[in-house]
Design a protein around this ligand. Structure first.
Ligand SMILES: NC(=O)c1ccc[n+]([C@@H]2O[C@H](COP(=O)([O-])OP(=O)(O)OC[C@H]3O[C@@H](n4cnc5c(N)ncnc54)[C@H](O)[C@@H]3O)[C@@H](O)[C@H]2O)c1
Length: 332
């Protein structure tokens, strides 16, 4: 049985606590949070102990830690955990700073511990099936990728201020999805963005609506659209056109009832948000990490993958600011 320490006891930590406890080969042993009450509430629900992060890392009986703290703590905790001999599953993004993420990558390169980054969408059954079909050559060569990723409603402005901005916080998932499906990173990135959903987001220096175009070395193209507001629910669709066909990943719906009458044909809305849509993905993500730990499986989403997506977010941020396409190779 793998003994797990959970660092952070907020929104996403609660999701992971459930997956860790539900897995037959892992046990949630400790929970840490800078707010002890948050840690106590979560620990009590799962029969875990509350400990400081330092105590957890110093405890030789803990095999791995799941880092679900705010983004600006990730690199420091990844380094501390690997130095303490713990395997790591860390939430996205690796850091707010690309430079810091790269120094973290260099620091843990020789550590003999697996580090996995929490791009949970790779484990969504529909996107996994899409990747499997692409890898099997079922649509020939993928040539044009279109990702739609709309949240139902914007986050509080206090969150926006510390999030690193839409490209690093939200679109980072889509950058990783593009890398996963296209099998390589793009060469250039062009971004536009506006704050038209909530002016307070604009006042905080961020955007809530954005579109990115990416080109690949051989001329292939990817397009990503993000919005912080889709009044009908969480809109998560991917379309991939290949030389021999098309793959389309549709939304998960609240139910599958379709009503056809003289006035038209209607169906249910998409599920509300990421907790509803991606719960099976978080469970599969944890199972993949357990397989790394227990069966020596390859790390399916590496720290390098996390840094690659962050570099794309950095390029998109710069392109939005400058109005010019940015070559990924120029992003320091
Ligand atoms: N993969 C996903 O779908 C997904 C979804 C939401 C959030 N996230 C990521 O997860 C991370 C956390 O987001 P959240 O929404 O759960 O935030 P949150 O604010 O709800 O939770 C973070 C918790 O960490 C605690 N904390 C802060 N510093 C700490 C430290 N040094 N040690 C221990 N605890 C500390 C805070 O007190 C808070 O309780 C972010 O990096 C975010 O980008 C990923």
């Amino acid at each position: 049985m793998l003994r797990i320490g959970l660092l952070g006891a907020g929104r996403i930590a609660t999701v992971h606590a459930r997956a860790i406890s539900a897995h037959a080969k892992s046990q949630l042993c400790t929970v840490s949070d800078v707010f002890p009450e948050a840690a106590e509430t979560l620990a009590a629900s799962f029969g875990a102990e509350v400990r400081s992060s330092e105590d957890v890392l110093a405890d030789p009986s803990i095999d791995a830690v799941l880092i679900a703290t705010p983004t600006d703590t990730h690199s420091d905790l990844i380094e501390a955990a690997t130095q303490a001999g713990k395997a790591v599953l860390c939430e996205k993004p690796v850091d707010l700073s690309l430079q810091r993420a790269r120094s973290c990558l260099a620091a843990v390169k020789d550590a003999d511990q697996p580090v996995m980054i929490g791009f949970n969408r790779r484990f969504d059954p529909t996107f996994t099936a899409m990747k499997t079909a692409v890898a099997a050559g079922e649509i020939g060569k993928p040539e044009l990728l279109a990702i739609t990723s709309f949240d139902p409603a914007p986050p509080p402005v206090d969150y926006v201020k510390v999030s690193g901005g839409l490209f690093r916080d939200m679109m980072i998932h889509d950058f990783d999805m593009a890398n996963y499906l296209m099998g390589e990173t793009p060469v250039t990135i062009s971004a536009v963005g506006s704050a038209i959903v909530d002016p307070a987001i604009g006042a905080a220096g961020d955007v809530d609506t954005a579109a990115v175009t990416m080109t690949y070395a051989d001329g292939r193209i990817a397009v990503i659209k993000n919005s912080r507001r889709a009044v009908y629910g969480y809109d998560q669709r991917v379309e991939l056109l290949g030389s021999d066909g098309l793959l389309q990943a549709q939304n998960m719906l609240e139910n599958t009832l379709v009503k056809s009458t003289t006035t038209g044909v209607t169906g249910a809305k998409p599920t509300y948000f990421f907790l509803e849509r991606y719960m099976p993905a978080y469970e599969a993500e944890w199972n993949a990490f357990v397989q790394v730990m227990t069966e020596g499986a390859d790390v399916p989403v590496t720290l390098e993958d996390g840094v690659a997506a962050l570099a794309m977010a950095e390029a998109a941020t710069r392109s939005h600011q400058s109005g010019q396409p940015v070559a990924l190779s120029e992003v320091e």
